[in-house]
Design a protein around this ligand. Sequence first.
Ligand code: GLC
Ligand code: CA
Length: 566
Amino acid sequence: MIDDLWYKNSVFYCLSVGTFMDANGDGIGDFKGLLRRLDYLQGLGVTAIWLMPFQPSPHKDDGYDIADYYGVDPRYGSLGDFVEFTHGCRQRGMRVIIDLVVNHTSDQHPWFLDARSSPDSPYRDWYVWADKKPANAGKGMVFPGVQKSTWTRDKVAGAWFFHRFYDFQPDLNTSNPHVQAEILKIMGFWIQLGVSGFRMDAVPFVIATKGAKVGKPIEQYDMLRSFREFLQWRQGNAVILAEANVLPETDMEYFGDDGDRMHMMFNFFVNQNLFYALASADSRPLAKALQATKPRPATAQWGLFLRNHDELDLGRLTKAQRELVFEKFGPDKTMQLYDRGIRRRLAPMLGGDRRRLELAYSLMFTLPGTPVIRYGDEIAMGDNLDLPERNCARTPMQWSTEPQAGFTKSDRPCSPVIDVGPYGYEHVNVAKQRRDPNSMLNWTERVIRMRKEVPEVGWGDFKVIATRDPSVLVMRYDWRNNSVLFVHNLDEKPREVSFAVGLPGDAGKLLVNLLSEDHSRANERGKHTLVLEGYGYRWYRVGGLDYLLKRSDIDADAKGKTGHPA
Ligand code: GLC
Ligand code: CA
């Protein structure tokens, strides 16, 4: 059973084939290169890879403009190479999920080419058309400032087509049963080739009603159930991880009251409040966001992330909160994007400050959910703000001090390697950090190992424990009579905090530090007092002297002896 719910306690790592490792020296990362780096990922402790789009595509939106759902872009290799890759992952005990981008296709997709060619095309109704410019054409752009409209006139078709994203990404008419059947077929295809599920792109838009007359789109949540049902029939333990940046009150619509819709969702709400917490040193809005996103079915899970491949979207914060995050982490206009976000990578945002990076990562690994690491963040890679829009944070992986960071033998990489400043590959690379026991890379590896030893975070229930100090977040997780407790100081100054663990009897008397020898014993009144350095964090196992005994219970559970999640 626990293996069936593997995603409840995994460590995800997200990467693009094209910028990870180039094996054949043409400047573009490929599946053969990625295959050679699987030992690196396994060594880091990754248990699941989220692969960004790799299908044939004109690449006008980093592959999110797909021209064939059933293939591999020849620049990355062949379907055969893909299967070698999933097989290589399986051999190492790692799972693979891939992007499922079905809100729209590329305008070069044969379906669209056929659809535009004639009103009688069998594919005409696969897209969303209007004879005249619709009244809502100036509304609902996802990339404001860059994208001018959501409807564009197509000369060949002699009609307007709807595009929620860029104008080269015509929206599929997802209400059309033929399109829905095709989406299932796409899932079935990749499941057959060895993937364990999908990161479903732009879910709220996939399920929204679309059309010239649609004022306020209505979400057709039942579609989510049919996707899941199909997937489960084909492969019981496959999952869908939804990209849905929605408000907490809508979460359960996506998970389904009976846990019959999406298995996982990215927690965008916590993500934004987490960055606010890091910027303001005030943990209270984050604690509220954790509380607000707490309800979810027992089999569902949050995906927890810091930075992803897009901008850091701050649209759910209040104006004042957003402005503070801009001021602290992205003050220049060039660092901001789409009037709502910051496009930088994590390390430069946090001033390259190791203490803050560890704090941020420690939070990501201990907040409720499954952590999702962005490639390169484990070595604190930087960005290149000269590249347009979100491309600044999508530069090639920095492997070594060899030319082009060891990413390619070509002197013309598909995206420029960062080679100047403190984040240049001569300073920041895997080879160097591998040799340094105190590097970010080795720290990340240790913290991942530790995360695997606290399954309570993935399975258990949490409580935010009150302290008098808003800059310190204390959380306890309980699962099957075991508890762990995490303390994070968001402030740059040292802090002293006192709190009671809040468990009956002697249970909370001893806090065993998981990262150092610095354990904590409660005073006579049952209170712990800790002194945390600026940006300090602590991971504790709660327990009396029998805590070691309890560990072996957990090990037994993890082997599946007693079965079901709490
Ligand atoms: C999602 C992706 C983003 C892409 C968009 C259109 O938001 O995360 O990168 O541009 O969908 O597919
Ligand atoms: Ca290549």
